[in-house]
Ligand binder design. Structure first.
Ligand code: PEP
Ligand code: MG
Length: 756
């Protein structure tokens, strides 16, 4: 290794002088090939650069000078084209023996036997090739290849600065050459989208490769390592652990790499060879990437993504390029690529440009997915190897309906996709036409179909979908998108606007449900970090302890609802006293307003969410206090199955159509039947046709669902005969079939009811 460092260092020192000189770019390249050829004791050294989509011989030592700017190869053609196409090194003792060898008589290369070439890479695309040739047939030594690779990195800077290669066009061409790939995953939010890949955490563009002061670069890397380790320790220790998408396993791997002596030593060695801190980090990463390509092991590949993540994090720290793609802004229709995201992170994106999301992790009821659903952004999750295949700027066709995404599609694939897209829009239009249709079952029972909302922009969906109201307004979304705790006046303004837009239709405001996967950076937790935030200090538990928070919200809601009916519900009620305590905060605020002779709401209806199974055991104790009960099946099922809703490993494990869930829900419906309490299901389950069918069958008559599902659910309702489905469900719940989902699918199919 030391010799590789020394070899690279000698060349880089000379290159430094060349690059600093005032000569013309072509003259610089001519000197560069001389310097490299001499240093590696190689008879030939040539540089090919991408121009007008072809690799053109730009400079050579050892080949015929007449061939310069004459010899051109397509990407994928000959050895040079193969290196660029695969973005990979070739090292051959006998060049002519390689199947891709293409003889170019004008170069006079026939006397040279050995050949080694490395791609010159810029932004992960090959923009040229640097190669050496020798008369004597021998494979180049590892140290020589390493030196060539380091030099190629530095050359990419010289080439870019001199504007010697094609710009965006060239990348399009190289990208096309690397071919179409199809990714599959789990549909998290249905829909189709066409856009370019944008990494949530963009790769850093390295502008300077060669160091002026090696010691200073070393210090920069040391400091970046310290900072990165600090960040990781903090992530692992914090209550938000598991929230930003970083799971325990990932953090363990991060930690392992962050303290890996070998990694920091290799970066140091690269700095010794004359690279800047950024270039050294990238160089080591490049080398690891090349090594890994030769190993076919999925588990190892996953770990490599972790190292890539970390390497990218280190690069961002060292270069100060800290923002996400959201902070840079989307410039065209984009499909966001990430391992995972938090809901607040997603909300930072420009909705007009964000067309889709593809995640390596993700689960159906994670809040980021709920937010995406509310935004109407399709999401594909659990895509293995995503970041190994997709590169920034690649065109992507996302078909979340079918759980696939096509990377770098060919024109016929784009055409077929466009046709599907048009069909899907037609279907959407058909659902939109149901806007004014009142949802009634075939036997005439009125079903209440409301929508879930949480963002100001969601509210217009009420009119577009013709929903019966907002059955769940997630007030915490305003808190999530704010940098600081929203002042009471801001809350009042928002609630008033929402009620104004809803007109006579009811809006059910849920008091803040923060914690779990909705952590607020500005609301610190005093105690120790939580191992299970979803079962921890969240929702009403926070609100009752931080009374100021609930007081302000209560006042804001009461003031906003002056002269009209206020519907308010409390999340995560586990025991009746919690409901009483929360209601007491409202009563107190109401009294305060009354004493000041302020206009009060005309009526206040209080409800509780049933999300914690314990509450189901005391329905008789709480039902008399309630105007309505809203079943939050997202949380409820995670607690019933003891399966973290945000854990991607469990995303596909349990089915909402399981006898346990359905029997549980039916018991709740029966448990409150004797009281004048409206029962609504407001979890994601209710927005899926097959699940909604089952819910109708167990007696649910009110749903609050994501806006995009209103049309499809209204249509479903119109086709269902309640007596028939109730009878079928009763039989299935008494003696569950081996596969409840399959039974329902068949039942629906026999009646011409299309289900997902
Ligand atoms: C639920 O838990 O089902 C629910 C509707 O609330 P949220 O998804 O916001 O936790
Ligand atoms: Mg919930």
């Amino acid at each position: 290794m030391l010799t590789a460092v020394a070899a690279a260092r000698t060349i880089l020192t000379r290159l430094h002088e060349v690059m600093a000189s005032r000569s013309h770019a072509q003259a610089k390249l001519n000197t560069v090939v001389e310097v490299i050829g001499m240093s590696l004791d190689s008879e030939v050294c040539s540089i090919y650069l991408l121009r007008e989509g072809m690799l053109e011989l730009f400079a050579t030592r050892g080949l015929a000078q007449e061939a310069v700017h004459v010899t051109r190869m397509a990407i994928g053609e000959g050895l040079v084209g193969t290196i660029a196409g695969n973005v990979d090194t070739l090292n051959l003792a006998e060049a002519t023996a390689h199947p891709d060898f293409s003889y170019r008589p004008e170069t006079g290369e026939e006397k040279f036997h050995s050949f080694a070439g490395v791609p010159i890479v810029r932004r992960e695309r090959a923009v040229g090739v640097l190669c050496v040739q020798h008369v004597e047939p021998r494979r180049y030594e590892e140290v020589e290849i390493e030196a060539l690779q380091t030099v190629a990195m530095v050359l990419s800077e010289l080439i870019a600065n001199a504007g010697l290669v094609d710009d965006e066009d060239a990348w399009g061409l190289t990208a096309a050459q690397t071919g179409t790939e199809r990714l599959t995953g789990l549909t998290l939010v249905k829909g189709l989208a066409n856009g370019v890949a944008v990494y949530h955490q963009p790769r850093v563009t390295i502008e300077h490769m060669m160091a002026e002061d090696t010691e200073a670069e070393r210090q920069r890397v040391y400091m970046a390592f310290d900072k990165m380790r600090e960040q990781i320790e903090r992530m692992a220790a914090q209550a938000e652990f598991g929230v930003g998408g970083e799971h325990e396993e990932v953090l363990d791997t991060y930690k392992m790499f962050a303290y890996d002596e070998g990694w920091s030593r290799r970066i140091n060695e690269a700095i010794d060879s004359g690279l800047t801190a950024e270039a050294a980090i990238e160089r080591v990463q490049q080398r690891t990437r090349m090594r890994m390509r030769q190993i076919d092991d999925a588990l190892l590949a996953d770990r490599m993504h972790d190292l890539e993540d970390l390497s990218n994090r280190l690069l961002r720290i060292v270069s100060g390029q800290l923002g996400t793609a959201a902070s840079k802004g989307l410039r065209q229709d984009a499909i966001l690529i990430a391992r995972n995201l938090g809901p607040a992170e997603l909300l930072e994106y420009d909705k007009r440009r964000l067309k889709g999301v593809i995640l390596e992790e993700g689960s159906l009821t994670a809040h980021v997915v709920i937010v995406a659903r509310a935004m109407g952004v399709p999401v594909l999750g659990r895509v293995r190897g995503l970041r190994g295949v997709v590169r920034e700027g690649d065109q992507l066709l996302l078909d979340a309906d079918q759980g696939t995404a096509t990377v770098r599609p060919t024109p016929p694939l784009i055409e077929a996709f466009d046709a599907r897209f048009a069909k899907s829009r037609e279907r959407q239009a058909a659902y939109a036409a149901l806007r004014d249709v009142v949802p009634r079952t075939r036997d005439g029972t009125r079903i209440t179909v409301m929508m879930n909302a949480g963002l100001r922009d969601d509210v217009p969906m009420l009119n577009l979908t013709g929903a019966d109201g907002i059955g769940l307004y997630r007030t915490e979304f305003q808190f999530l998108v704010s940098a600081t705790l929203p002042a009471r006046e801001r809350q009042t303004r928002l609630y008033r606007e929402v009620m104004d837009s809803a007109g006579s239709r009811p809006v059910v405001f849920r008091t803040v449900d923060i914690g779990g996967d909705k952590a607020l950076p500005y609301l610190r937790h005093d105690g120790p970090g939580e191992e299970n935030p979803a079962m921890g200090w969240r929702a009403l538990r926070v609100a009752l302890e931080r009374e100021g928070l609930l007081k302000a919200q209560a006042r804001a809601l009461l003031e906003a609802a002056a002269g009209r009916t206020l519907n308010v519900m409390f999340p995560m009620v586990s025991e009746p006293w919690e409901f009483d305590a929360a209601k007491a905060v409202f009563d107190h605020q109401l009294e305060f307003l009354r004493q000041r002779k302020r206009m009060l709401p005309e009526a206040i209806r209080y409800g509780a969410m049933l999300e914690v199974p314990a509450l189901a055991e005391v329905l008789d104790l709480i039902a008399p206090k309630l105007a309505f009960l809203s079943i939050g099946t997202n949380d409820l099922t995670q607690f019933l199955f003891a399966a973290d809703r945000a854990n991607p490993k469990l995303a596909e494990r349990y089915d909402w159509l399981s006898p346990s869930i359905l029997r549980f829900l039916r018991r709740v419906v029966e448990g409150v039947a004797a009281y004048p309490v409206e029962v609504t299901v407001c979890g994601e389950m209710g927005g899926r046709r097959l699940e909604a069918l089952a819910l109708l069958g167990i007696g649910i008559r009110r749903l609050s669902i994501t806006p995009a599902a209103i049309g499809p659910i209204k249509e479903l309702v119109s086709k269902v005969d309640l007596a028939e489905i109730s009878q079928a469900m009763a039989a299935w719940l008494a003696t569950p079939p081996p596969d409840m989902r399959a039974a329902l699918v068949q039942w629906a199919a026999e009646r011409g009811i299309e289900c997902d």
